[in-house]
Design a protein around this ligand. Structure first.
Ligand SMILES: Nc1ncnc2c1ncn2[C@@H]1O[C@H](COP(=O)(O)OP(=O)(O)OP(=O)(O)O)[C@@H](O)[C@H]1O
Ligand SMILES: [Zn+2]
Ligand SMILES: [Zn+2]
Length: 845
């Protein structure tokens, strides 16, 4: 038996399966998806088995055997392995990178080996020039057991040759192991007395001085249940010492017990019953149910206005899916994955919900993952990577707020969860529901067939073949026909003319005052993307820059340290301007701090909760603030993007947007779309229940279509206008993009490589006959732009250039790029400079 193994070295040269024999003892254990340790170039590496074969392409006697099987149950199933292959091709990354992203970090043990002295008694002084043992050998002897190679390497860096020689000569025996960094969590648990009579007797005979111990024993006799040490300590307000003393007498038993870390343990979720659906919800539900009944892999775009009750539709379609004994995956943006959100799913499906998100510790994540794989969970709720939840039979994948750019992973593999979901659904015959009040233009165009099926963008591209594109399911009304909140635009230029220099317009000021008087709540949004704080001198304009990257340093209030969030460089914030010595060096905060100060000044006694990067770094803080606000312990919830998403509080009747335009002028072709989405989302937080809602948007661009259409809750008008711009500028959804970033420390090398890549690409495109608009309807074209300096022209001391490929239709752009890169690479496939590829980029840096 031969196993085809992908080793965990993400380089082009190793990005192919290598053959290994399966030792007799492992045959039958090694499967597709198994994680193994294999000898590779003198080391042992971790790898995944992606195929099994009876014969090898090469001489079997030359093959090495698999060294170790790392898990008895393969962490990946064959369908996930296939999905990884698809990802590596579509997103231009090494297959191992795609495989690794699918397993929890806790499983990523590092290959390591230990050595022992083969014959302890032997005299090995001949190994070196000196007397007795060589220092490294003495070290191994002294340790009296196996010594990690890594430790030897570290301690005796110059003796590598000698140590390796000793292994070759058989003086040292090497054993290879790849250990999981994670051990299952154990909890010290107290067990009730085995011998009751003895315990009763002891209880009666306890001396008065040991009253505390007596209390412990009495408790354990009365409650004949195991209890964790910490719980018992708390219940009896005693100490672990006291409990141990009782155990030492043999009256009760202490045992380490393996536990599942359930981050939501101990929290009671109120069970909810399905609500009778509104007419709008019912119609949508039936469409999706039909696909579930037929096990048809269909894609739906659920376009429901804020407050239209999308969540209830999700819940009831999940229920239907579970009836068929198939599982459901719900993706929500990381930022919206609040306990309130989780509660909605746990409340309906209880313990069969597993939650996966980045705030969990590695161990917690691993436990939730195991819960899914072992079939103890049927519903997975999580951020982006939950799309890889190891379910056997996926029936439904829901992507809430599908327009969110956080569904795209910014590091390799640079996959988009929406596209991966569509692909995975196709493998399983599952339905995909993309939900949003403000669908991305790509998804909307796909679903409403604005573009022909041949047009090239993600959703239609994949589903078109199997199901004829996505289906649009509109829910244009709020539950109970509650009106959409009225949105007022305030032209801040008029405020200035009227002599108001405050950041609050007169209207917003009045409205806030009114809510304070009525005891209603307000949400205030400060629209700032890249919500960083930076340091600037007011006298000379100096700004603190990272010495390694062309980017401003971010100021951290608490530690007064300035940090670069690309390379990690950190330095103390200066007291004086380093260029002009002026003391007028200022820290420009997220702005939320300034708003908070101003609120306190204008409305004495106002209770404000501020939510931004500074106040939500601590684990659980996000939740704490939202709970406080929900309990009406604050009048105003002030924050960045975080306050715009998914919140549902009945007493919020006012939403204020301090500056609507800050995201409008970013150098990003999606700037208008992002602004429209943000305004619509935040406006949707008002008046969702009995009380009517009002929204006040302050802007310097009251005529901009993104702002005007948000004012009128008019998605259609926005889309129409935006599509015009996209078509004119030739941007998605009218084409697809690939951004190729080249980087190097040497500028000249970089320029040469960039020019070479672009010209090679142009030549290849020309030869393949797709340069320019070649079809009469323009359905096929490719255009290569650049090289130009990247928006961040230097990062980590490396200069950066980019080429952009715009293409449409089936032009094999990825293949052309692959070919071009290999043509400019050296004989071993090494590129002249570092090249990174982003397919369907969301953020272009
Ligand atoms: N069928 C129903 N009957 C009564 N109330 C409902 C029904 N469906 C949903 N609701 C309620 O309507 C409110 C809005 O629903 P939900 O939060 O699901 O809206 P949404 O479409 O997800 O909005 P957003 O996009 O703003 O998050 C919630 O308070 C929810 O409990
Ligand atoms: Zn200065
Ligand atoms: Zn930096």
């Amino acid at each position: 038996m031969i196993a085809k193994v992908i080793v965990d070295v993400p380089s082009r040269a190793t990005d192919r399966p290598f053959d290994y024999t399966i030792p007799a003892g492992l045959i039958g254990w090694v499967e597709i998806g198994s994680r193994v340790g294999v000898p590779f170039g003198g080391r042992v590496l971790q790898g995944f088995v992606i195929g099994l074969a009876d014969y090898a392409d090469v001489d079997v006697s030359k093959l090495k055997p698999i060294a170790e099987l790392l898990d008895h149950v393969p962490p990946l199933s064959p369908d996930l392995v296939e999905l990884a292959q698809w990802i590596s091709e579509k997103y231009f990354c090494a297959l191992t990178t795609a495989l690794q992203v699918m397993i929890p970090a806790a499983l990523k043990g590092k290959a390591d080996s230990v050595v022992t002295i083969s014959e302890e008694e032997q005299d090995y002084s001949w190994l070196h020039a000196g007397e007795g043992d060589a220092p490294w050998l003495a070290f191994i002897r002294a340790s009296g057991g196996p010594v990690r190679m890594a430790a030897l390497q570290e301690r005796f860096p110059d003796d590598a040759a000698a140590i390796k020689q000793a292994i070759k000569l058989g003086i040292l025996t090497e054993q290879v192991s790849i250990k999981d960094r994670l051990s299952v969590r154990k909890v010290l648990t107290v067990y009730p007395p085995d011998n009751e009579a003895l315990a009763q007797e002891a209880l009666a005979n306890y001396s008065a001085r040991a009253a505390k111990q007596q209390e412990v024993l009495r408790y354990m006799l009365e409650n004949r249940e195991p209890i964790t040490m910490s719980a018992l300590v708390e219940t009896l307000s005693t100490t672990s010492g006291t409990i141990r003393a009782v155990a030492d007498k043999g009256l009760i038993t202490l045992r380490e017990v393996e536990t599942q870390r359930d981050p939501y343990a101990g929290r009671n979720f109120k069970r909810t019953e399905p609500l009778p659906l509104t007419e709008g919800q019912q119609a949508v539900y039936e469409e999706i149910a039909e696909a579930l009944d037929a096990e048809a892999s269909r894609v739906f775009l659920l376009h429901g206005v804020t407050g239209s009750g999308k969540t209830e539709v999700y819940l009831q379609t999940i229920e239907r899916c579970l009836q068929y004994e198939r599982q459901a995956i719900v993706l929500v943006p990381e930022i919206a994955l609040t306990p309130q959100m989780v509660e909605r799913f746990k409340g309906r499906f209880g313990d069969s919900v597993a939650v996966l998100h980045s705030r969990l510790s590695n161990g917690e994540r691993y436990d939730e993952w195991r819960k899914i794989r072992e079939g103890r969970a049927q519903v997975a709720v999580g951020a982006r990577s939950a799309v890889f939840a190891p379910f056997q039979r996926v029936g439904l994948i829901i992507i809430d707020e599908e327009h969110e750019s956080s569904y795209k992973q910014e590091e390799s593999p640079k996959y988009h969860a929406r596209d991966v979901a569509v692909r995975r659904a196709r493998q399983h015959g599952a339905a995909v529901v993309l939900g949003s009040a403000t669908p991305s233009l790509e998804s909307f165009a796909a679903a409403s067939r604005i573009l022909s099926a041949a047009s090239a963008f993600s959703v239609s591209d994949d589903s078109a073949k199997s199901s004829g594109g996505a289906a649009l399911l509109p829910m244009p009304h709020r539950v109970g026909n509650r009106p959409m909140p009225k949105v007022h635009l305030i032209d801040m230029r008029d405020e200035l003319k009227a002599g108001n220099r405050s950041m609050f317009s007169r209207q917003l000021h009045e409205a806030l005052l009114d809510r304070l008087e009525k005891g209603e709540q307000s949400v205030l949004l400060l629209n700032r993307r890249g919500y960083s704080t930076f340091v600037m001198c007011r006298s000379c304009g100096y700004t603190a820059q990272c010495p390694h990257c062309d980017i401003s340093l971010t100021f951290h209030q608490k530690s007064r340290v300035m940090r670069c969030h690309y390379c990690g460089h950190a330095e103390q914030a200066p007291e004086k301007c380093p260029t002009c010595e002026s003391e007028h060096i200022r820290f420009f905060g997220t702005g939320t701090q300034r708003v908070e100060e101003e609120l306190a000044k204008l409305f004495p006694g106002i209770r404000v909760i501020r939510m931004d990067v500074d106040t939500t770094t601590e684990k659980g803080s996000h939740e704490k603030w939202l709970t406080m606000f929900g309990e009406r312990k604050a009048d105003v919830l002030l924050g960045t993007q975080m306050v715009a998403k998914g919140l549902d509080f009945p007493y919020v009747t006012l939403v204020g947007v301090i500056a609507a335009d800050t995201s409008l002028h970013l150098p990003d072709f999606r700037a208008a779309e992002k602004t429209f989405q943000l305004l619509t989302q935040v406006a949707g937080r008002a008046g969702r229940h009995e009380l009517l809602g009002e929204v006040i948007v302050q802007t310097y661009n009251p005529e901009h279509y993104a702002i005007v259409s948000a004012q009128h809750h008019d998605y259609a008008a926005f889309v129409q206008e935006e599509l015009k711009h996209r078509r004119f500028m030739s941007y998605p959804p009218f084409c697809r993009l690939i951004v190729v970033t080249l980087s190097d420390e040497q500028l000249t090398l970089l320029i040469t490589a960039g020019d070479k890549l672009a010209s090679t690409l142009r030549q290849l495109a020309y030869e393949s006959g797709v340069k320019g608009w070649i079809d009469s309807d323009g359905s096929r074209f490719i255009d290569i732009l650049g090289p130009v300096a990247s928006p961040i022209p230097r990062m980590k001391d490396r200069y950066r250039f980019q080429c952009m490929i715009k293409y449409r239709g089936n032009v094999g752009a990825i293949d052309l790029l692959k070919q071009a890169i290999s043509m400019i690479s050296g004989p071993q496939g090494q590129p002249p400079v570092q090249i990174s590829v982003d397919v369907d980029p969301q953020v272009i840096l």
